[in-house]
Design a protein around this ligand. Sequence first.
Ligand code: NI
Length: 268
Amino acid sequence: MDSGHVWLRPRGAGLSNDLSAFWHELNAVVRAGGWRVFEMGPVMGHPMPLLGRAASRPDAPNLLIAAGFHGEEPAGPWGLLRFLGSAQMRTTLELVNLAVLPLVNATGFAAGRRFNDRGENPNRGYSPGPDARALSVEGKVLKRHWAVLRRLGAHGVLACHEDRSVTRSYVYTYEPGRRPGPFSRSLAHALSRYSALHPNGTLNGCPVRDGVIFNRHDGSFESEMARQGVPATACLETPGMSPLAVRIQAQAHAIETFVLQRAKATRQ
Ligand code: NI
């Protein structure tokens, strides 16, 4: 049975699948940071908030960060929360127009289970073709708001995932061109500070090099954003076999790296 992948959060904060703690802590961050909240749900009785915050610069890039597609990958949502809570203390958030989907699959998160309560994969079915039939109930909500999300992520989209079965980190990235550029390398480097990168070779049938699986189109949220022209999209994968505290730090740091890299790249 694919359920019950639950860890203790650092510093005695409780269990990784505590949904009410997650909403409670998110609300505190939202209030302190002056975020606008647009509610896209409910989805199966749970909220699916979209947060937004504008930069002070009028020409700032539009970035979208999404977490919690898979319920057994809790360092994504918790790491995003860590980033949001700490970034408010600094100037990072002033550099970009940031939109955030903090938790896409609430039912999976609460169960510590990859798929939602209907057994659907919330990160498949976004691209046209036969696989579009696999679109989950969460995916249908995101698709309904796709034009808005595409605009909010016009200069970069980041999805925060984990890989439960590995001890090393890696990242799926999508960039124009045939080789990973500074965007891809910066994310792999950020993750490498917390867990060694996956060795060169193949992983899930994909070539992986220097911790990067490049331009792998699979109908995922990030893949479809790239296919529709977002110039830099990525999917972080922290190793589920590492301690949760390390994975949360890695996610928060890689998210900040994403924001700073995009802010710099779009200024040039
Ligand atoms: Ni995942």
